[in-house]
Write a protein that binds this ligand. Structure first.
Ligand code: A8S
Length: 175
């Protein structure tokens, strides 16, 4: 765990920025979790705050997506660029270019690591981010907001993955 963080989640953080790292254990194989995380064109596959998404580009690094957020949040849309898509190491990173919200220069990275959980193949998901502290907000409030969003995302990533893993194992059952 600490080694993964040290390797992939070292951010250069400036005085006016804030950031942190969140970790989630998922009871599903890393390939299955990765199949959801890697879809830059379909974040709404597991992120519940995203209503729709359109991509300009081929879905490779450098592609730009425009996401619309569900109602009830202090935001409506966001423009984001795919920075890293490493299919071998399971590293996914995107950066926010703009949009109607307060997260300027948001940069995030999520890495997946296979791990045995209770004797079964599981996944350790580690997500970290850095963002400019918006004018008039404290670092604490900004981190709290972003961490709330990421915790929800990791929770639903786990829920969706675990449901899919269960479906697959049921299909393999011969009764
Ligand atoms: C992510 C992480 C975050 C997304 C934030 C922090 C966002 O989609 C939401 C509300 C906002 O105010 C900003 O990887 C923005 O999803 C839910 C629109 C960017």
């Amino acid at each position: 765990e600490e080694e993964h963080i040290w390797r992939y989640h070292k951010h250069e953080m400036q005085e006016y920025q804030c950031g942190s790292i969140l970790i989630k254990r998922i009871n599903a194989p890393v390939q299955l979790v990765w199949s959801l995380v890697r879809r830059f064109d379909q974040p709404q596959g597991y992120k519940r705050f995203i209503q729709s998404c359109t991509v300009n580009g081929d879905g490779k690094v450098g592609s730009i997506r425009n996401v619309n957020v569900v109602t009830g949040l202090p935001a409506t849309s966001s423009t984001e660029r795919l920075e890293i898509l490493d299919e071998e190491e399971h590293i996914f990173s995107y950066r926010i270019l703009g949009g109607d919200h307060r997260l300027k220069n948001y940069w995030s990275i999520i890495t997946l690591h296979s791990e045995m959980i209770n004797g079964r193949p599981g996944t350790l998901a580690i997500e970290s981010y850095v963002v400019d502290t918006p004018e008039g907000n404290s670092k604490e409030d900004t981190c709290f907001f972003v961490e709330t969003v990421i915790k929800c995302n990791l929770k639903s990533l786990a829920d969706v993955s675990e449901r899919l893993a269960l479906q697959t194992s049921v299909e393999h059952l011969t009764l």
